[in-house]
Design a protein around this ligand. Sequence first.
Ligand code: BGC
Length: 473
Amino acid sequence: METIAVEKKKVENRTEGAEQQINMRFVTLVAIVAALGGLLFGFDTAVVAGAIGFMKVRFQLNQLEVGWAVSCLIVGCIFGAASAGGISDKLGRKKVLFIGAALYLIGSVCAALSPSFSAYVIARLVSGLGIGITVTLSPLYNAEIAPAKYRGRLVALNQVAIVSGIFLVYFLNLFIAGLGDDAWDISTAWRWMFGVGAVPSVFFIVLLFFVPESPRWLIKQGRAADSLPILLRIHGEELARKEVLDIKASFNEKQASMREMLSSRGLRTILFVGIIVALTQQITGINAVMYYAPEIFKATGAGTDASLLQTILVGLINLVFTLLSMWLIDKVGRKALVLVGSSVMTVSLAVIGIAFQTGHTAGPLVVVFILLYVAAFAISLGTAVWVLLSEIFPNRIRGIATAIANMALWTADYIVTQAFPPMLNSIGSAPTFWIFGAMGLFTFVFMWRVVPETKGKSLEEIEAMWAAGKTAS
Ligand code: BGC
């Protein structure tokens, strides 16, 4: 180990100023691949928003089935995300990214052609597996291949890619629904909505041919010689050799096992906080809006086209405020954004509930407060939760703790989107939005009292803060 450290130091001294050798074209290509992973994810989770109203009539679905039609993708996604790391450790990142994109492609085509509701569900489970894999592996691959100074931006890039995918698909939904009358929408439009997902996945598959295997994975497999030409292409000669040593040195960092993590009180607490942070992003109801927006707008009296148009506004506001949040997050900090965002979300949800309760749904009130709610989410929990999750876990539990927190996040997404239609039906719209509002209030208090500000701190400093117990300041 010592020799690695000494060698590293020598190379470091020689590599100062060698930054300009980084091959930007190559780095951009890799970043586009990662972004496409996020875009496919946003695209495919939100496509159902436009389709569900028509499918409900076509397949005569009850509220529970409507929930299942929307959420079954997330179940596939949970399994895809859970297995992606392990399978790609064995087969390589690139091969498994291919598999993910291919599954997604097959799922899109089969959903479009599905002769029955069960066939549709199976197709969506397959798509879900595919996007669970790609959305997990794309940022991982990117982090393993991009030069260190670009890595921090990847988390944010991923979120922008997701919301761009959502925005794009809302547009396509409106365009496709506009191609025919109501009868055509019910028989055919929804099939096209799912089918067009094949296009970005083909694009993704083609691009994958042009990117190399992850050098980090190759080194871990004992194939350092194969990794060198790739690192040379990215970094230029001096930095490439340093990178090999860095990667080798990082394998020596001791990782805690699940058992060790759970038997330490301190680590257990951090894991617990991470899980709650992940949950807050979903229990405040964002995907009830993202996946059911046109149906919510129809419930206020809007027609099919008007509701799809209002949904585009949702997508646009989501995108604009996500960009704003990226700009603000390192300036004002994660915590300030989350505190402001969760309070505005809470108030908006309360007002939406009141509007439904008192029958004031005609007119712009509900639309305006839904847009305000989405803006508040995008500027806060949408980006900040992913950033916090990438920062708050100490090094030796980061891999395993992030995986657990992600699983918690997707499971909560599944529960919310499965439960939303039956909730509207049983307890009614107002109490449903008030429950999300109560979760917003909980999020505010939890973030305020428990979660540390991580802005401008190195991962080591954050770890030291946990150790000293000074976290919520
Ligand atoms: C969440 C997704 C959500 C999206 C909406 C992301 O941060 O993880 O579940 O659909 O934001 O913009």
